[in-house]
Design a protein around this ligand. Structure first.
Ligand SMILES: C[S@@+](CC[C@H](N)C(=O)[O-])C[C@H]1O[C@@H](n2cnc3c(N)ncnc32)[C@H](O)[C@@H]1O
Length: 279
């Protein structure tokens, strides 16, 4: 299936996701802990597992779980296999109509009737038909199983003070960039889960604001420098696109000033992460 959104993968994106997962561990670790603790010794499906680092960070005793990770990008699955000493990792697209029938034989091999936990971290924003994919996933949940959906909504993102409106401009650029997925996906997830037939839907966390210097600099590393690289790449891929050239040059000229802002005592930055659970 050709996706409306291009998923960014590569060493640079893997590194960005590592920083993101270090920050997000503090954001919703308690939610994940509760879900995993409640379920005892569960079977877990990690959808869009990427390099497998996110789930590894969340589960210290990972070898005691029956873990299946799926990602539509084969490169990510190869890395995940290297990063994990246990678990099964499969190149599969959850948006494929026959996803459930492709994964069921593997579940049977692993003695999994249904998943106790399905994890969907930063994946729904890349989906073309989230309700379709979530409906498919629902059929794979064990009775009383839980899905965790963690995603982004840039409507919750802010940076202040922003006297030169640099962050305002950057956020607008991001919003209009299809490579970044649906940047307003977070607000839609409740409706997606409802329409996919889930129950007991809970919004557990909304927005990640940081005021301590250490956290702010982590968020800077997470949110800003790799974006510059993406904008450079976009410009290099289409050097005749004057708007993309302008965007890249503006970004390059302003990134130092943005970093200075993050280092200021009175500066606050909020990233628009959201975390839902449903059954
Ligand atoms: C932003 S990364 C998130 C990786 C990881 N879940 C995390 O939170 O760090 C999104 C991942 O989802 C994968 N992905 C996107 N759409 C997918 C789909 N339809 N089926 C399976 N994987 C998908 C991408 O290849 C990518 O590895």
């Amino acid at each position: 299936m050709i996706s409306k959104y291009t998923t960014l993968t590569g060493a640079e994106e893997d590194q960005r996701l590592d920083v993101q997962n270090s920050v997000l561990c503090h954001f919703d670790r308690d939610v994940y802990d509760n879900v995993f603790r409640k379920k005892g010794c569960p079977a877990i499906l990690d959808v869009g597992c990427g390099t497998g680092n996110m789930i590894r960070k969340m589960l210290e005793d990972i070898a005691s779980y029956k873990l299946i990770g799926v990602d539509k990008v084969e490169r990510q699955i190869h890395i995940a296999e290297k990063n994990h000493t246990s678990g099964r990792f499969l190149t599969l697209d959850v948006e494929q109509e026959d996803f459930a029938s492709l994964i069921r034989p593997v579940m049977e091999e692993e003695g999994i009737g249904g998943f106790d936990v399905i994890n969907c971290s930063m994946v729904v924003l890349h989906m073309q038909n989230p309700v379709g994919a979530l409906s498919r996933l629902r059929t794979l949940l064990a009775p009383n199983g839980t899905i965790v959906v963690r995603d982004i909504d840039d409507g919750l993102q802010y940076a202040w003070p922003d006297p030169e409106k640099r962050f305002e401009k950057l956020f607008m650029m991001l919003e209009n960039d299809v490579r970044m997925g649906d940047r307003h996906c977070g607000r839609k997830i409740y409706s997606y889960l409802t329409n996919a037939g889930f129950q007991n839907i809970r919004l557990n966390k909304v927005g990640l604001a940081s005021t301590s210097l250490k956290d702010k600099m982590l968020l800077f590393d997470l949110a800003i420098p790799t974006l510059l690289h993406f904008y450079e790449q976009r410009h290099l891929d289409a050097p005749n696109n004057l708007q993309w050239k302008k965007d890249f040059e503006w970004f390059k000229d302003n990134i130092v000033a943005m970093k200075d802002s993050f280092g200021k005592e009175d500066f606050v930055f909020s990233a628009g992460f959201m975390n839902f659970t449903a059954e």
